[in-house]
Design a protein around this ligand. Structure first.
Ligand SMILES: [Zn+2]
Length: 289
């Protein structure tokens, strides 16, 4: 039987909040309840967004919540050579080109392919874009069902290396998922829309395609996704104890923890979650057909 390997890949741009706890707990329980392993990867590529010390703060928080990872933590900043090698591979297949469009020229998606025949402006530092085609990418999400996207029509040729030199998220994600032999990607449904781009890259690079499970996303009272930029409380700023927060996250994920579980310690709560994890109970939230 193949080994199950899941992962949680936070960006160290702020401490974990309730939304990130849901993604961490969901991915942990989904792998660990089936005898799998669970890895943590810190997405510290964009040093303009990275806050010093937050990476270790995130790891401490995971331990406080009883979410212990397997193996070494992988820092994406240590993987630049591997990402550039993947870009070389795509370049050898004539699948990339330099784009010098300004943000204003690019506008909203889809990118119209202005620079396919050569950069429109030689003065600017170019980004690197990946050629897309008119064939829809389709996959079956374990919760959201069939999801289909024509990347060329809906997104356009997308950036895999930014003009400022940073490796773009999608490329780094697929290179590391392959390297860490990740078999299942469990994360928030706000990333559903980026999954076809990652599958497209996986196919071009000859990588394994993991299973995908996109979880419902926690929102504030205005329906906005909880995130660092709209001031979501970090977990240690909330008035709740870790075991209460774990029980709230279990509840959010449709699991039905008993009322008294939150009075127990986090190890008890995690153990209950492992014994009772049922993906069928997880609400779907984001609809499409
Ligand atoms: Zn361009």
């Amino acid at each position: 039987m193949d080994v199950i390997r899941g992962r949680f890949a936070p960006t160290p741009s702020g401490p974990l909040h309730f939304g990130s706890l849901i993604a961490a707990l969901g991915s942990y329980l989904h792998s660990k309840s089936r005898g799998g392993q669970w890895f943590v990867r810190i997405d510290d590529l964009d040093t303009d967004r990275t806050i010093p010390g937050i990476g270790s703060d995130i790891l401490r928080t995971l331990e406080t919540f009883g979410l212990h990872w397997d193996g070494e933590v992988l820092y994406q900043s240590s993987r630049i050579a591997a990402y550039n090698e993947a870009i070389e591979q795509l370049s050898a297949k004539d699948l990339i080109y330099f784009c010098s469009c300004s943000r204003k020229e690019v506008g909203h998606n889809p990118y119209p392919g202005t620079c396919r025949k050569g950069p429109s402006n030689d003065e600017r530092n170019p980004s690197v874009r990946l050629l897309t085609n008119n064939k829809p990418v389709e996959f079956h999400d374990l919760k959201q069902g069939i999801f289909r996207q024509n990347i060329e029509a809906e997104i356009g040729d997308f950036v895999i290396k930014r003009a400022d030199g940073y490796i773009a998220y999608h490329l780094a994600t697929v290179v590391d998922d392959e390297w860490q032999q990740i078999t299942e990607v469990v994360r928030g449904a706000d990333l559903l829309d980026s999954t076809p781009r990652q599958i497209y890259l996986q196919r071009l690079l000859g990588f394994q395609q993991p299973d995908f499970l996109h979880l419902p996303v926690a929102t504030d009272e205005n329906g906005q996704k909880l995130n660092k930029s709209n001031g979501a409380l970090s977990l240690d700023q909330t008035p709740f104890r870790p075991s209460q927060l774990i029980c709230q996250a279990l509840h959010f994920l449709g699991q039905n923890p008993p009322e008294n579980l939150q009075q127990k310690n986090v190890e008890h709560c995690i153990k209950w979650g492992l014994e009772h994890w049922n993906i069928n109970l997880v609400p779907k939230e984001k609809g499409h057909d």
